[in-house]
Write a protein that binds this ligand. Structure first.
Ligand code: BGC
Length: 951
């Protein structure tokens, strides 16, 4: 039977440059092959199948991919489990699995593929609902049972499928400033018994939806933020349980949102338009299959209510006395409501959301109420968070409570809001009075840890009065990283919270000041770390669609996506390391999830960006023109003889030109675009040569001798082989001279990677463990709960950095997270078999740690790499390898004859397929399963003794 499962003999272990670079010190390539163990595992029972996903989602409704991809996972307690064949069946939802209902049956396909199997049956119908199931065969030919069925449902696929019409509230508004939020109301009668019902809805601006007095769904910030001129998402909701026979009412409240609220600094508003609008279609199906369609039209009514204004940056003013009780239910008298206008807005740009919705994810209980020296009453949430406060109050009618939000307290302990710039983050609530009131804001979010409360009924404020609601894109948490060092664990916590706070439908730079924009450079540097922590595949798939949509005809990529900064004929973008998001992120998604469709979809965009660079670099392949951000926020000093670490912008630009060209070449290879692969394969050495000629001396010095210059040159393999080690030594010397890192956004993600790759693991650990400014742990020692924008956002004396740009929740420097997963714990991807199809488990212990562990829910199931120094000075490596994958485990410092796996010698352990002694390590090939290797720690112990605070 044909299968693409391959067994890799040990001599193939050092074929991939990336693998070689990360695992083995240069010059210490694989040596003696002492033993090859090979144990076939006889399987007693077939694996079972679960974790069925369609386009990464569980039973999605309202998708629009014409060929949704199906994935499943094999489960087995046994080792060495692989799939050798599968069979998928897709049926129309009614009558599944009767023969006539089956639309697509793959038959038994000899393949080990268990993720991203694209549907290839008859065309899928608008609003069609489908069931699917799968079974699989293992290596022994044992067949699983059919999986439990899963489902998906299509959205409205064509513009003409929409019968509803766009409506806007009639009447004049002064859109030069925030306006009361319009409420729109539509009433209708349902004739029959509702068997199932869907609402398809979108808006210009944000919407919140109610039916018959009940909230529809749990998503917030709908319809999400896309490049509104070209792509507008609609949501699909199952509203079967909200409807009843007879009279029904739909109510929608609209907010300014990204569409017409303040956006980008400089008081800009109405970036996409100045008129809010709603498009909603309800389809109710009765037991006989008759479909009744109701949509927005001229019969709807409009009014305003309690939301006096609500703006993403500015906060919200809410007057509960203006609530219109019962407005979204039948029986309410809307006699004084105004009419609406049917407006002509595009339905051609409607798309189903590819990414996860934004939801309320965490409830945060405050830890303390503080009276500040300035007399403010401040509630400390204990966590710098993004979202809002849920307020509980019983008080006097008409009194107003004010909530001011800040990330830090200043050096005197007072609320610090200067770094918010023009974003006021101010929420006011005017009480109905006399009853318990609970309130949450609607179309605004705040970045904050501290809330100053004014006007709360005297003496009544307790920790129960305020609750933090953290919101973000609902990405499944897939990764965990922990070590024996609590400070590093806090750093990991801070990285995760930086991600939570800034993955709010688009990857933003920060969540608090008047920015909150999809800065491409920030996303580019953080994407791999993001994929270690959470499943970001569809989050980035969606955003990359916007990136391509906003890309210039000349291939230039905007600085922010969606692009709200290019205005009035002025373009903002085309910058090195920022524009490279177009190439680096699709490639990162491919590596992390084995997703080739994202490469296909983005291919033209990737290529256009590389071509843009090629044009600007010109004949000599040196990109030294245009506007660049450089190594943003690199270390700066006031010393007269060392103003800081400025890496030339032309060096950075040319380095990224090479890097993206290389990734494009590899992408072309993956996609079978051989001509392009050859084309970019030929371009790459020309760029490297240009780089070397301009920036590299014969003695291995790169650029101005900055850390970032070396890091880029070495990470992207831009130097001739013979100079690499010298350059690495120079980098190490520079780090030692400074005693700390000097990299900015661009160099930071790779710094530790390059050091550990070139034999300077201890130095990398020193940087990671350093606690003084500048370092990753300095903010941790200052009590940070998120990653700061600047290495010294707040100084030891409590004073704050430049008010012009000082966010306390900026994930870019948190890009060190991937080094912790990939090197400290050692859970790595093989680029030749991405998506963890071939897991590399290659811990590099050090830095005084006595244990480290990375766990990751990969597309195939959980993989993990954990190591520990045990009390008897034995070293232990635990590996979890998901079914239908295999792993290469590198045991540092091991001597083959001393290695055990469980109760066996490693060569006789079940599931172990090959073993090799290399210089300084034993390398073991295993099939899926859980393994525990042990051996005397030997010399490793010297790297694993706890170090003092500042080493
Ligand atoms: C943002 C950054 C961004 C930078 C580029 C800043 O204001 O916060 O993170 O990448 O601008 O200029």
């Amino acid at each position: 039977m044909a299968t693409d499962e391959r067994r890799f003999p040990p001599h193939q272990l050092s074929t991939s440059t990336e693998r070689r670079g990360l695992r083995i010190l240069p010059g210490l390539l694989s040596v003696t092959l002492l033993a090859i163990g090979s144990s076939t595992v006889a399987h007693a029972s077939a694996p079972s199948l679960d974790h069925l996903r369609c386009e990464y989602k569980v039973d999605p409704i309202g998708i629009d991919s014409p060929q949704p991809r199906l994935s499943w996972q094999l489960r087995s307690d046994e080792r060495g489990v692989v799939q050798t064949a599968y069979r998928v069946q897709v049926a129309s939802d009614r009558g599944a699995w009767e023969e006539e209902a089956i639309l697509w049956d793959t038959g038994k396909v000899a393949s080990s593929r268990s993720i991203h199997v694209a549907y290839e049956g008859p065309a899928l119908e608008s609003a069609g609902r489908y069931s699917w199931r799968v079974r699989a065969w293992d290596e022994d030919g044992l067949a699983s049972e059919w999986s439990a069925p899963a489902h998906w449902e299509m959205g409205l696929l064509r513009p003409e499928d929409w019968q509803a019409r766009w409506i806007s509230p009639a009447g004049e508004e002064d859109t030069s400033k925030p306006q009361p939020a319009p409420m729109l109301r539509g009433a209708f009668t349902i004739d029959g018994y509702v068997e199932s019902a869907r609402v398809y809805v979108t808006s210009l601006g944000l919407y919140e939806l109610e039916i018959n007095g009940r909230r529809v769904g749990d998503q917030v910030f709908t319809p999400g933020w896309t490049s509104y001129g070209e792509r507008l998402q609609y949501q699909t909701y199952d509203v079967t349980d909200l409807l009843r026979r007879g009279r029904n009412v739909v109510g929608a409240t609209l907010g300014d949102g990204w569409y017409r609220g303040y956006m980008g600094w400089k008081d800009a508003r109405n970036v996409y338009g100045d008129e809010l609008a709603l498009l909603l279609e309800l389809r109710a199906t009765d037991e006989d299959g008759r479909v009744q369609i109701v949509g927005t039209d001229e019969t709807w009514k409009a009014a305003t209510g309690p939301i006096l204004h609500s703006d993403i940056y500015m906060g919200e003013a809410y007057d509960a006395q203006l609530e219109r009780s019962g407005w979204s239910a039948p029986g309410y008298d809307d006699g004084d409501w105004a009419s609406v206008r049917v407006v002509d807005r595009s339905k051609d740009i409607l798309i189903a959301p590819a990414g996860p919705p934004v939801r309320r994810i965490n409830v945060i209980r405050p830890v303390e109420i503080i009276k500040t020296p300035a007399g403010e009453t401040v509630v400390d949430m204990g966590q710098n968070m993004v979202g809002w406060v849920r307020l509980k109050v019983l008080g006097v009618e008409g009194s107003t409570i004010t909530l001011r939000h800040a990330e830090v307290l200043d050096k005197d302990g007072n609320l610090y809001v200067d770094n918010l710039r023009s974003a006021t983050q101010l929420v006011t609530y005017t009480l109905m009075g006399g009853v318990d009131e609970i309130y949450e804001p609607h179309f605004t979010f705040q970045g904050f840890r501290y809330v100053a409360v004014d006007g709360y009924p005297a003496g009544r404020l307790t920790l129960d009065s305020l609750t933090g609601i953290a919101i973000h894109s609902d990405m499944p948490r897939t990764g965990r990283f922990k070590t024996s060092n609590p400070l590093l664990n806090q750093l990991q916590h801070n990285i995760e919270w930086g991600q939570k706070g800034n993955f709010l439908d688009v990857p933003t730079d920060c969540p608090q000041r008047d920015e909150r924009l999809g800065w491409t450079g920030d996303a580019q540097v953080f994407a791999r770390t993001a994929a270690c922590n959470m499943d970001v595949a569809c989050f980035f798939t969606k955003w990359l669609g916007d990136l391509a949509a906003d890309q210039g005809d000349d291939g230039s990529v905007p600085s922010v996506v969606p692009d709200v900064l290019s205005r009035d004929g002025r373009f903002s973008g085309g910058s090195a390391a920022w524009g490279d998001a177009a190439v680096v992120i699709p490639w990162t998604m491919y590596l992390s999830y084995g997703d080739t469709r994202v490469l296909e979809n983005q291919y033209e965009s990737m290529k256009a960006w590389v071509e843009y660079m090629r044009r600007h670099a010109g004949e000599d392949s040196l990109w030294n023109t245009g506007h660049h951000y450089g190594d943003w926020l690199a270390f700066a000093s006031t010393a007269s003889d060392y103003p800081g670490a400025t890496t030339g912008k032309d060096l950075i630009a040319t380095a990224f030109f090479a890097h993206s060209t290389d990734l494009l070449r590899r992408t072309a290879e993956v996609l079978g675009r051989t001509e392009d692969a050859a084309e970019y394969g030929a371009l790459l050495p020309r760029i490297k040569a240009a780089f070397q000629k301009e920036f590299v001396t014969a003695a291995g010095r790169v650029g101005e001798n900055t850390q970032t210059a070396y890091v880029l040159a070495l990470q992207f393999d831009l130097l001739p082989e013979e100079l690499r080690l010298q350059a690495a030594r120079r980098l190490a010397a520079e780090v030692r001279t400074r005693g700390h890192l000097t990299t900015g956004f661009v160099g930071t993600p790779y710094l530790c990677h390059v050091l550990s790759r070139y034999g300077e693991l201890d130095l990398a650990y020193q940087l990671l463990n350093r606690q003084e400014y500048p370092s990753w742990l300095y903010p941790v020692t200052q009590g940070a709960t998120t990653i700061w924008e600047r290495w010294d956002g707040q100084r030891p004396d409590g004073s704050c950095q430049d008010v012009g740009m000082n966010s306390f929740n900026h994930y870019a420097y948190g890009a060190s997270g991937e080094w912790m997963y990939r090197v400290v714990a050692g859970l790595e991807i093989d680029p030749e078999e991405p998506g963890y199809r071939h897991v590399l488990i290659q811990p590099q212990p050090g830095g005084g740690l006595t244990s480290a562990e990375a766990r990751l829910e990969t597309p195939y199931g959980e993989a993990s790499s954990a190591w520990a120094l045990l009390e008897d000075d034995r070293f232990q490596v635990s590996a979890v390898v998901p079914a239908n994958t295999r792993a290469t485990v590198r045991l540092p410092g091991a001597i083959l004859s001393e290695v055990t796996e469980g109760d066996h010698t490693v060569t006789s352990a079940p599931g172990v397929r090959a073993v090799e002694q290399q210089t300084g390590a034993v390398v073991v090939e295993v099939g899926s399963g859980r393994y525990q290797f042990g051996y005397p720690a030997g010399d490793l112990v010297n790297h694993l003794r706890p170090v003092g605070p500042s080493e």
